[in-house]
Write a protein of this length. Structure first.
Length: 145
Protein backbone atom coordinates (compact mmCIF):
# COMPACT_ATOMS: atom_id res chain seq x y z
CA UNK A 1 0.00 0.00 0.00
CA UNK A 2 1.15 3.55 -0.72
CA UNK A 3 0.82 6.17 1.99
CA UNK A 4 1.38 9.92 1.90
CA UNK A 5 3.67 11.66 4.38
CA UNK A 6 3.17 15.39 4.88
CA UNK A 7 6.40 17.38 5.31
CA UNK A 8 7.52 20.96 5.65
CA UNK A 9 7.65 22.44 2.13
CA UNK A 10 11.23 22.53 0.88
CA UNK A 11 12.40 19.88 3.33
CA UNK A 12 11.14 16.86 1.39
CA UNK A 13 14.60 15.60 0.37
CA UNK A 14 15.96 15.96 3.92
CA UNK A 15 13.02 13.92 5.24
CA UNK A 16 13.47 11.39 2.42
CA UNK A 17 17.15 10.89 3.31
CA UNK A 18 16.39 10.62 7.04
CA UNK A 19 13.68 8.01 6.45
CA UNK A 20 15.92 6.06 4.05
CA UNK A 21 18.74 5.85 6.60
CA UNK A 22 16.28 4.83 9.32
CA UNK A 23 14.91 2.06 7.07
CA UNK A 24 18.47 0.76 6.53
CA UNK A 25 19.54 0.89 10.18
CA UNK A 26 16.33 -0.59 11.60
CA UNK A 27 15.61 -2.99 8.72
CA UNK A 28 12.06 -1.73 8.20
CA UNK A 29 9.90 -3.41 5.55
CA UNK A 30 9.39 -0.41 3.28
CA UNK A 31 9.71 -0.95 -0.46
CA UNK A 32 9.68 2.52 -1.99
CA UNK A 33 10.20 6.19 -1.11
CA UNK A 34 9.25 8.78 -3.74
CA UNK A 35 9.18 12.56 -3.81
CA UNK A 36 7.96 13.96 -7.14
CA UNK A 37 9.43 17.47 -7.57
CA UNK A 38 6.06 18.85 -8.73
CA UNK A 39 4.34 17.97 -5.45
CA UNK A 40 5.56 20.22 -2.66
CA UNK A 41 5.30 19.09 0.95
CA UNK A 42 4.54 15.41 0.32
CA UNK A 43 6.47 12.13 0.12
CA UNK A 44 4.97 8.81 -0.96
CA UNK A 45 5.93 5.61 0.85
CA UNK A 46 5.11 2.04 -0.12
CA UNK A 47 4.81 -0.35 2.81
CA UNK A 48 2.70 -1.44 5.76
CA UNK A 49 1.17 1.42 7.80
CA UNK A 50 2.85 0.20 11.02
CA UNK A 51 6.27 0.21 9.33
CA UNK A 52 5.63 3.66 7.82
CA UNK A 53 4.68 5.00 11.26
CA UNK A 54 7.92 3.59 12.73
CA UNK A 55 9.94 5.10 9.87
CA UNK A 56 8.65 8.66 10.35
CA UNK A 57 8.75 8.62 14.15
CA UNK A 58 11.08 11.33 15.52
CA UNK A 59 12.06 12.54 12.01
CA UNK A 60 12.32 16.35 11.88
CA UNK A 61 10.12 18.24 9.36
CA UNK A 62 7.48 15.48 9.21
CA UNK A 63 3.99 16.93 9.68
CA UNK A 64 2.11 13.63 9.69
CA UNK A 65 0.85 10.65 7.72
CA UNK A 66 -2.34 10.51 5.66
CA UNK A 67 -3.55 7.09 6.75
CA UNK A 68 -5.82 6.51 3.74
CA UNK A 69 -3.71 4.60 1.22
CA UNK A 70 -3.60 5.97 -2.32
CA UNK A 71 -3.72 4.08 -5.58
CA UNK A 72 -0.61 4.03 -7.78
CA UNK A 73 -2.71 5.48 -10.63
CA UNK A 74 -3.09 8.72 -8.67
CA UNK A 75 0.66 9.42 -8.75
CA UNK A 76 1.60 7.50 -11.93
CA UNK A 77 2.02 10.62 -14.05
CA UNK A 78 4.60 12.02 -11.61
CA UNK A 79 6.66 8.83 -11.87
CA UNK A 80 7.10 8.96 -15.66
CA UNK A 81 10.43 10.49 -16.73
CA UNK A 82 10.06 13.70 -18.67
CA UNK A 83 11.56 13.59 -22.12
CA UNK A 84 11.93 17.19 -23.16
CA UNK A 85 14.30 17.59 -26.05
CA UNK A 86 16.21 20.81 -25.77
CA UNK A 87 18.66 21.90 -28.43
CA UNK A 88 21.42 24.05 -27.01
CA UNK A 89 24.37 25.64 -28.72
CA UNK A 90 27.50 27.30 -27.41
CA UNK A 91 26.71 30.94 -26.64
CA UNK A 92 22.96 30.46 -26.07
CA UNK A 93 21.49 32.32 -23.10
CA UNK A 94 19.56 30.14 -20.64
CA UNK A 95 17.74 30.64 -17.35
CA UNK A 96 18.11 28.18 -14.47
CA UNK A 97 14.62 27.09 -13.34
CA UNK A 98 15.58 24.73 -10.52
CA UNK A 99 18.28 23.98 -7.99
CA UNK A 100 20.50 26.37 -6.04
CA UNK A 101 20.99 28.76 -8.98
CA UNK A 102 17.26 29.12 -9.73
CA UNK A 103 16.48 32.43 -11.41
CA UNK A 104 20.05 33.01 -12.62
CA UNK A 105 20.84 33.54 -16.29
CA UNK A 106 23.90 32.10 -17.95
CA UNK A 107 25.68 31.60 -21.24
CA UNK A 108 26.19 28.03 -22.46
CA UNK A 109 29.88 27.17 -22.72
CA UNK A 110 29.50 23.38 -23.07
CA UNK A 111 26.59 21.00 -23.74
CA UNK A 112 26.80 17.24 -23.18
CA UNK A 113 23.79 15.70 -24.92
CA UNK A 114 24.47 12.14 -23.68
CA UNK A 115 24.74 13.15 -20.00
CA UNK A 116 21.95 15.73 -20.48
CA UNK A 117 24.10 18.36 -18.76
CA UNK A 118 25.23 21.80 -19.75
CA UNK A 119 27.98 24.00 -18.37
CA UNK A 120 27.02 27.65 -18.18
CA UNK A 121 28.77 30.82 -17.07
CA UNK A 122 26.50 32.87 -14.84
CA UNK A 123 25.97 36.35 -16.28
CA UNK A 124 24.95 38.44 -13.28
CA UNK A 125 28.01 37.72 -11.15
CA UNK A 126 31.23 39.72 -10.80
CA UNK A 127 33.48 36.80 -11.71
CA UNK A 128 32.02 34.38 -14.30
CA UNK A 129 31.95 30.93 -12.71
CA UNK A 130 31.31 27.83 -14.84
CA UNK A 131 28.42 25.81 -13.36
CA UNK A 132 27.27 22.40 -14.62
CA UNK A 133 23.47 22.04 -14.58
CA UNK A 134 21.11 19.27 -15.70
CA UNK A 135 19.09 20.30 -18.77
CA UNK A 136 15.92 19.55 -16.77
CA UNK A 137 16.70 22.66 -14.71
CA UNK A 138 17.20 25.16 -17.53
CA UNK A 139 15.11 26.88 -20.14
CA UNK A 140 16.37 28.52 -23.29
CA UNK A 141 15.75 32.28 -23.28
CA UNK A 142 17.86 33.47 -26.20
CA UNK A 143 19.33 31.53 -29.12
CA UNK A 144 22.74 32.66 -30.40
CA UNK A 145 22.39 33.78 -34.00
Amino acid sequence: MIFTIKTVVGRENIVLDAIASKIKTQGLAIQTLVHPEEIKGYIFVEGDIKEVEKAVQMIPHVRGIIKNPIDINQIQRFLQPKTVEIELGIGDIVEVIGGPFKGEKGKVVRYDKTKRETTIELLEVTVPIPVTVSVEFIKLTEKKT
